[in-house]
Design a protein around this ligand. Structure first.
Ligand SMILES: [Zn+2]
Ligand SMILES: [Zn+2]
Length: 365
């Protein structure tokens, strides 16, 4: 039987998390009420917690997670891949809404739905309360794509499938990473490591640039063909030279910015060959700038793409990716610390202090 009440971690002003308790709702038609199996702390949560997110300033925390179906609303019999779904099944939803009736959705640009954050950005005081994943329960709205998760997958990575991996798979499609490309990945955090794995599965070579020993080691364990240590190769010119050495004097075909540092964008252009493609994905917090010489980009005829969120069906691809290729990469090793829900704030703070790798919140039952 479902518990009558559940708890949810909410932000009450910067760096102040409070747990609120609400009655567990019944699902409206098309919706699902779930129990949270595991919710991961993502870089975005740290931005939100510290007051740096442009849209989410208070309210429920958490967007990644793995969930168990508690109650299906009327009309829900399959996931968005058409597979039957029942109470007790594990599912992962996209963390944002796809309303299918706004201008962007009407143009098929589902990743840009104008109502993407309508649910998540609501206060937990608003029914049905459970809009964030740092909670005992999570409410999947009728306009959230969701997919059933096959049993046997490692919980940590699959609970992040709706963020980094889906994001990367969508982004790499935007710059058409394919066989025989050399991809330079700027930054070996969660997005960067997912980019290495996804690029490798497409037959591309990868060069990873970072300045933190542990992250460079992880990049190697994820199968990066080369790593470049920013502490030793310590100027943009030297790093560009090193990338040329590794690409027969040419430069990389594709660059992926997942460092989240504005200067990485201007550097990325220098790392590419003429006619290269560049994917900007890591800089998501407005208000940070870099000096940029656009003629450097124009003269090399670089195509620049940027990616924010993903078309929700990429989540299905992400789960299939973990199912078929997940074992070849040490995704599970990224998740090194579990916290009970009551310590959600501690989980975020220690992630911010880089005292832990990827933290997970595992609600006690
Ligand atoms: Zn995330
Ligand atoms: Zn929409």
């Amino acid at each position: 039987m479902p518990q009558n009440t559940g708890r949810i971690a909410c932000l009450d002003g910067p760096k102040n998390v409070e747990l609120k308790e609400f009655e567990v709702p019944s699902p409206e038609p098309g919706a699902i009420v779930t129990e949270v199996v595991r919710a991961n702390v993502c870089g975005s949560e740290i931005h939100i917690w510290s007051g740096g997110h442009p849209h989410i300033t208070d309210g429920p925390l958490g967007h990644e997670g793995l969930f168990r179906v508690l109650e299906l609303g009327d009309g829900v019999s399959t996931d968005h891949a058409g597979r039957p779904v029942e109470e007790g099944d594990l599912i992962v939803p996209a963390y944002f809404a796809t309303c299918e009736s706004c201008v962007r959705c009407g143009q098929g640009e589902f990743r840009l739905c104008e109502h993407a954050y309508d649910h998540w950005s609501q206060s937990a005081d608003v029914h049905p309360h459970f809009h964030g994943t740092f909670a005992s329960h999570y409410y999947v709205y009728p306009d959230q794509f969701f997919y059933k998760v096959p049993s046997g997958l490692d919980e940590g990575p699959v609970a992040s499938a709706n963020c980094a991996l889906s994001q990367v798979l969508c982004g790499l499609d935007a710059v058409e990473v394919g066989w025989d490309d050399t991809v330079v990945v700027q930054g070996a955090g969660g997005l960067g490591l997912a980019a290495v794995a996804a690029a490798r599965e497409r037959g591309a070579r990868t060069i990873v640039i970072d300045g933190v020993e542990a992250r460079l080691e992880l990049a190697e364990r994820f199968g990066a063909d080369h790593v470049v240590d920013m502490r030793r190769v310590d100027t943009v010119d030297r790093r560009a030279e090193r990338v040329r050495e590794l690409t027969d004097g040419d430069g990389a075909d594709v660059g992926v910015e997942v460092a989240g540092v504005p200067d990485a964008f201007s550097e990325g252009i220098e790392l590419l060959r003429e006619g290269g493609r560049y994917l900007e994905m890591g800089n998501v917090v407005p208000g940070h700038t870099t000096e940029f010489d656009p003629a450097r980009m124009t003269r090399k005829s670089i195509d620049v793409e940027s990616a924010m969120r993903y078309d929700p069906w990429y989540l299905r691809t992400a789960i299939e990716f973990l199912e078929t290729a997940g074992d070849e990469y040490p995704f599970e090793d990224l998740f090194d610390s579990d916290f009970p829900l009551a310590e959600a704030e501690e989980a975020i703070r220690r992630s911010d202090e880089r005292d832990v790798g990827r933290a997970s919140i595992v609600p006690e039952r």
